[in-house]
Write a new protein. Structure first.
Length: 209
């Protein structure tokens, strides 16, 4: 059974990660702020963002004071998103803010394809709610995936290469890797790896004429 590459490459994204949690449900247990830790994160610079763009929802890209690439977008209605990426890094630091500029959630992403590491969630008033270990279900770790890539000569910095992870209706929790094969006959390949032990569950090759 051959699957759509488009479907498997978007199993999980940083923007949608955690969005399934209803804000009201997440805050139901916050009956009081007593004993709750308030975020020390700086609020989103709404005025600075507006000075960089002509219209809300427009993306601003720039370099911050420490030399990292920054991207911002959002609106007064829906809130704001900011990502920060170190030069040459495969990862970005993702922060989402409420419309008032206080932090909503933050964590690390791999090329916006999936969340990784510890993610933290905050109330609209800036109080810490909880944190989530996004790696805990993946016994086959990111380091294992990197070793697989090295063994199979997969260039992680090639713009064609895509890696994601998530739940598949047939295989359960998996990693999916899509990359350019260095020959003319089968230029791209997709492989499904078990999130438990890295076993190859399925693989497909595409031939272009």
């Amino acid at each position: 059974m051959k699957k759509s590459i488009i479907r498997v490459l978007f199993l999980s994204t940083c923007y949608w990660h955690g969005m399934a949690q209803s804000p009201n449900a997440a805050y139901n247990h916050l009956n009081t702020t007593e004993g709750k830790e308030k975020s020390q994160m700086m609020p989103f610079d709404i005025e600075g963002y507006r000075n960089h763009v002509k219209h809300e929802h427009e993306r601003y890209r720039g370099i911050n004071a420490v030399g990292n690439e920054v991207e911002q977008f959002g609106s007064e209605e829906f809130g704001y998103i900011e990502t920060e990426t170190e030069p040459g890094s495969l990862f970005e630091y993702f922060k989402q803010y409420y419309p008032n500029g206080t932090i909503k959630r933050q964590g690390m992403c791999y090329k916006r394809n999936f969340a990784m590491g510890i993610w933290q969630y905050y109330s609209p008033e800036g109080y810490f709610i909880n944190e989530e270990d996004t790696d805990k279900l993946y016994s086959y770790t990111w380091n294992d995936v990197k070793n697989f890539a090295a063994t199979h000569q997969i260039d992680l910095y090639d713009p064609i290469t895509r890696i994601t992870r998530g739940h598949d209706e047939d295989y359960g929790l998996i990693w999916v890797i899509f990359w350019r094969v260095r020959n003319d006959e089968n230029p791209v390949k997709t492989v499904y790896l078990s999130a438990e032990d890295g076993k190859i569950l399925a693989q497909y090759e595409a031939v272009t004429k």
